[in-house]
Design a protein around this ligand. Structure first.
Ligand SMILES: [Zn+2]
Length: 348
């Protein structure tokens, strides 16, 4: 969902579209409409896309589950869709600003959410995790990382952050997977799936329209969060993210990219290169921070040298671990201690 690092080169918007005012739509390509929904973070909005599709609209992503977003949707339904319904909902991934209202749309229009098995499963599990075992496990994770005292207290107090911003994730869904082809509005859209930001993130690519609906996989101004979370502490999502950028760079460079945050842009290849350069820089900084055996928290303090709120702390821990785990996978650093209460890293 939220993103926390800024990459060095911003992608240029191809067009300077007028951003849609709250509760209205802007057509960014033939039959493709853009709406923005509010977020209660530094990142203050999420883009959602409505594609004309027969006697209705296919919607890509929902916004977060709060009263303001529901109210904006009701205005759009009443004033912007010419009386036509939402006939299909595709969610790019399970984060709250993308999947948060999926059960509300199901109740409102009878549309069963379409997404990948990886995203539905993670969303459903994230919704269900509320027990004390989850909190105890998360606490152990932060302790092993090296958090102590106030930062540890702040991180634990966040609890299951995911649950705060979503309605219940639906009990059923329609599965799509990499390589599938969907007919939307008479055009073929190809399903591409990627890891890195989330386990099986959906991008939709329409060669005929030369449009990529990118979700959070590629953003124009910031890097999507590439994080290691307590449920998979040895994961290497950054390796998956680099692989996704290599694949995205093989698509049309003239494509209009529709990201979930920021403005539509072109120059996909340049943007992927900039994101790689950003993470290469962060990796170098991470490696330099492991000169002496260091805990994850020691490294995090060097990568994020500022006071962090509980929410920001969760993302800083996750981002630091993704860079440490990548360096371990590449053989650049190793564990110098690996005990239940204490993991330390050192450069090889
Ligand atoms: Zn996300």
């Amino acid at each position: 969902m939220a993103t926390c690092s800024t990459s060095p080169i911003e992608a240029r918007p191809r067009i300077q579209p007028q951003q849609p005012p709250e509760g209205s739509l802007v057509e960014v390509a033939d039959g493709i409409f853009w709406a923005r929904m509010p977020l209660p973070f530094a990142l203050d909005h999420v883009n959602v896309w409505l594609l004309r599709d027969g006697e209705g609209f296919t919607l890509i992503d929902t916004g977060m589950a709060d009263a303001r977003t529901r109210g904006l949707w009701e205005r759009i339904f009443a004033e912007q869709l010419g009386g036509l319904p939402i006939t299909r909902l595709i969610c790019t991934h399970h984060h709250p600003d993308h999947m948060g209202l999926s059960s509300w749309f199901h109740a409102r229009f009878g549309v069963r959410m379409t997404t990948t098995i990886g995203e539905w499963t993670h969303g459903r599990l994230g919704w269900l995790e509320s027990g004390e075992d989850f909190l105890a496990h998360a606490s152990d994770h932060f302790v092993r990382f090296g958090l102590r005292d106030e930062p540890l207290r702040l991180a634990i107090a966040e609890g299951n952050n995911y649950r705060k911003y979503i309605d219940p994730i639906p009990l059923d869904f329609v599965r799509i997977g990499d390589g599938d082809r969907l007919s939307i509005g008479g055009r073929e859209w190809r399903v591409l799936t990627f890891s890195g930001h989330s386990p099986e993130h959906v991008c939709l690519w329409c060669p005929e329209a030369d449009v990529l609906i990118a979700g959070d996989q590629v953003l124009p101004r910031i890097s999507p969060t590439i994080g290691v979370w307590s449920n998979e502490p040895e994961a290497n999502p950054l390796g998956g993210f680099f692989a996704s950028l290599d694949r995205l760079m093989t698509l049309s460079d003239a494509a209009l990219v529709l990201p979930s945050h920021g403005l539509p842009f072109t120059g996909l290849r340049q943007r992927c290169e900039a994101l790689k350069a950003h993470h290469d820089e962060r990796l170098k900084h991470t490696l330099d921070s492991c000169g002496d055996p260091s805990s994850g928290a020691d490294v995090m303090e060097r990568l994020f040298p500022r006071t962090l709120s509980g929410h920001d702390l969760l993302f800083a821990v996750a981002e630091t671990l993704s860079h440490l785990n990548y360096l371990i996978a590449e053989g650049c650093i190793e564990y110098s201690a690996c005990e239940k209460q204490n993991i330390k890293y050192k450069a090889k």
